[in-house]
Every structure is written in structure tokens, then in C-alpha cells.
Design a binder for this molecule. Structure first.
Ligand code: 5GP
Length: 208
């Protein structure tokens, strides 16, 4: 049996730069990233099936009813969910999978799959976050204020995560996350076959 991939959740404030860092992780290290379904309207430049599957509220609810999501949550007036099938197919094929999702969804994944690596990403400061959201120019002031208020609410969930990374620099942040995942993959509990083969190999030296 080939080894299963490892599942990692990356959460963090909207505007923390998660998306950019995750893209770099895919490009440089070949991680599989789940494409979420959302009821939010596409932003300029976003493509169906690439950034998201853009669906109606009815279709989203239908998928919930069919138990098609690994997790789903409401975030600033819209629904977001992770399709279960793709994640399981990738993990079964031995691929390491990253989910870039908000905290409620992250906690759902962790409670269903306790081996998930939980990483929380923050921008260098709150001022920096506000200017990133403003400069992005994709949301009006009211939506930006909602996202900033939501960021404060999310600080209360940091304790549920295993690791916290500060995104000062995309390359450094990508490297830190990759190192965390590599360390997790070396855990004894992820390597039962390696452990058995080591024991078998040394058994011949057993004292009689
Ligand atoms: P945005 O609207 O900026 O693309 O995403 C808003 C928030 O929803 C971000 O924090 C993003 O990580 C999160 N998000 C994206 N996809 C999912 C998902 O499938 N499930 C959950 N729970 N959150 C998601």
C-alpha cells in the first residue's frame, strides 16, 4: 500500500497573503490545492474552477445535503466549502494537500481528521493588513471594515492551531510552511512502514 498524503489547513486573516503563498507552494513544491465552492461573486480576473467553483446558494445547499463537503462555513455574507471527493482522491494518491480556508472550516476539518497540520498565517501588522485590503481594490470600504472586524474575531481561534507564521516575505513564508509540513511528515506515526522495516532490519542483531 502506498503512503497517503498529508493534509494541511492554512488559515489566516483575509488579506494576509495566504493565496499568494499557497500559489508559490504549489509552483515550487507541487502540493495539491483544493478548489473551493463559493456563493460569492467572482472578482475581476477570477476564473471558474481555478480560484473557485462559483455556485448558487441552491447548489451549495444541495451539496451540503449530499454530504459532498469536507467542511463548509459562512464568511462575511457568503458560503464557502471544500469538496470532499478531490481531497480524498489526492490524499489516497499520496499527494500532500493544502486547504486555504477560514477558521470555522479549519476547526471542522481538524475535528474530523485530527492528523491535519494546522497553520495560522498573519500579516506583519494590523495596519499592514488594512492597507493590503484597501490597495487590493476588490472590495468597498464597508466590506473591508467587515473583513477587518472578522480578523479580530479570528484571533480568538489561534490557540486551535499548531503553528503560527508571519508573512513578512512571500518566499520566506513559503519556506517556513514547507519546512513545517516536512517535519510533520517525519513523525513516527506517519511512518509505520518505515518503522517496521527498521525493526525487521535490526532484528538479526537481537541478543540471544
Ligand atoms: P475570499 O472571499 O477572500 O476569496 O475568501 C474569504 C475567506 O474564505 C478566506 O479566509 C478564505 O481562506 C476562506 N475560504 C476560501 N475557501 C474556503 C472553503 O472552502 N471553506 C472555508 N471554510 N473557507 C474558505
Amino acid at each position: 500500500m502506498s503512503k497517503k498524503g498529508i493534509l494541511t489547513v492554512i488559515s489566516g486573516f483575509s488579506g494576509s497573503g495566504k493565496g499568494t503563498v499557497v500559489k508559490e507552494l504549489v509552483k515550487n513544491y507541487g502540493y495539491a490545492v483544493s478548489v473551493s465552492a463559493t456563493t460569492r461573486q467572482p472578482r475581476t480576473g477570477e476564473r471558474e474552477g481555478i480560484e473557485y467553483f462559483f455556485v448558487s446558494k441552491e447548489d451549495f445547499e444541495k451539496t451540503i445535503a449530499e454530504d459532498g463537503f469536507l467542511e463548509h462555513a459562512e464568511f462575511v455574507d457568503n458560503y464557502y466549502g471544500t469538496p470532499k471527493k478531490y481531497v480524498d482522491e489526492m490524499l489516497d494518491a499520496g499527494k500532500d494537500v493544502i486547504l486555504e480556508i477560514e477558521v470555522n472550516g479549519g476547526l471542522q476539518v481538524h475535528s474530523k481528521r485530527p492528523d491535519t497540520v494546522m497553520i495560522f498565517m498573519v500579516p506583519p501588522s494590523a495596519d499592514e493588513l488594512r492597507s493590503r485590503l484597501t490597495n487590493r481594490g476588490t472590495e468597498d470600504m464597508e466590506k473591508i471594515d467587515k473583513r477587518l472586524a472578522r480578523a479580530y474575531e479570528e484571533t480568538q481561534y489561534i490557540d486551535s492551531y499548531d503553528y503560527i507564521v508571519v508573512n513578512n516575505d512571500v518566499t520566506e513564508c513559503m519556506q517556513s510552511i514547507h519546512n513545517i509540513i516536512l517535519s510533520e511528515k517525519s513523525r513516527v506515526r506517519y511512518n509505520p512502514e518505515l518503522k517496521s522495516s527498521i525493526i525487521n532490519d535490526y532484528k538479526r542483531f537481537e541478543r540471544r
